[in-house]
Ligand binder design. Sequence first.
Ligand SMILES: *Cc1c(COP(=O)(O)O)cnc(C)c1O
Length: 546
Amino acid sequence: MKNIQQLFQSEDGNIHQREQLLVLLEKIVSSLDALKDPDITTLGPLKERPANFYRELMQEHQVPTTGIGLEEVVEQLTQLMQGHPYHTHNFVTNVLPMASIPGILGQFTNALLNGNNLWDVYGPAAAECEVKVVAMMSKLVGYDYTKSFGYTTWGGQGAVFSGLRLAIAKQFPHAKEDGVPNNLYCFASENAHYSLLKSIEAVGIGSKHLVRVKAGRDHSMDVADLHIRMTEVIENGGIPIYVVATTGATDQFGIDDVQAIKEVTTSLEKKYSLKPIHIHADSALGGFYAFFNDYDFKNNPLQFEQSVLQGLLQIQARMQHLAIADSLCFDFQKLGQTPYLTSLFLLKEGKHLELLDIEDFDTLYVGNRGYGSYHTGYTLECSRMGSSIAIFAALQAFGKEGYQQLLANYVQVNLVFRAQLTAKIPLLQVVNATTIGPVTAFRLYPDGLNWQSEQAGHYTQDQIEHINAMNASFFEIIGEGREEVFFGDTTRVCTVKASDTAQSVPIAAAKFFSISPYTETAHIPNMIDFLQEKLNVLEAAHHAYS
Ligand SMILES: *Cc1c(COP(=O)(O)O)cnc(C)c1O
């Protein structure tokens, strides 16, 4: 039994066991450091994963009869690091962040305490932090913190799901017992994340009742189309319950206009005597730009460049209306730079959580009472990890200004990337020039063709699909070089109308997504050279075939 006890933290705080733990931690961190190379995007060379790779892992592994000892375990852990992606300055694929030190320390503290965030008797640290970060972020977006509430949950996906549960419960409080009516409808932009699709399937509304609203030229929801589509549904006997406003879309950072969406829902509620329709701002990614809501743009204390200021003002024009939404989300594991999984769901009227609770739930003014007053019986999870601790640590360490600097830098490197790409490689064209933020979507065109004409609907379906195929080949080539510069890509950054069919055709594009704190404007020329090189490879391959 003594051996087994040695696998735990000490019971009494003795130095011997502490040092044992610290030595192992030191080994892990120094092994990681030994693999780091700022000029590549992996820890050591990329690992090949042949077709039978995972099958072999399954064949080879069983639980050892006797434990192998901590030294050996750590050895195996450090082997896992080899070939792992790492968020150096050339890491510009999707929103996969580097975990910041405060985030790691928060998560580590949470692991040491291993509190269960289900109940403050079991996880008081996480409960306290949850209440703190809910209030902090509520104040940031402009919710009344005495009314709002929220909790950490399973991703931006979990927040979209939680919003939907509430949307149903608010209109049909007995749906929990009776099941959901079969005429409910949800609405989101065609550029929305697929979280809503999965949620609608899961609650039993059925994905045929997801209405995809057109997006406009700036990639945000076409609010006139929302009005038309909602009216259609209502006139045909459907009940609209949930509108997801994407505030910072994952592929091109389109920002839906929450204020305009609210005007549509309220006017329809009035006209047809409907119950309030729940609006969820899917701000998982973009919500962090609310850090600029009270930035002093006039005096510009952090001395951002003029172009960056302009960009931030454009984002702020939309983000300042986040508080109109009934619920929203912050994925701290994205622009909050904390480890997975640290998503925060916020609800304007916290009292509505009562509708989801499994037991009596009288008041939400929690955190200021004594023993055992904080039960999260309204979450879909039972036991919950205390990810609020990592969020809290990051908010404290960065402060508003730290986040402002980080987020402004993402905008700045994107602006510089766009300018240099446009100047140097005209065949690669920016398709989201109207949206400012951490991502640039760019698309390869055959000589003479361009995004402007394509977006205006001048190309045939065949032409668009041909350009998509060309881009797919390009993604393969830049993807093979991801060790050097790790770009992202998407098969549908938006859709455009074809000139010869009634179809809206998806547009494929490569992505420059700045997420590493180490990416700076000085690194852009090298990335442009990389893209030119890969274009040459594509052209050479093309000539070889033809
Ligand atoms: C990332 C993202 C999601 C999904 O979030 P997860 O944390 O991966 O579950 C949903 N919506 C938007 C806009 C996102 O960017």
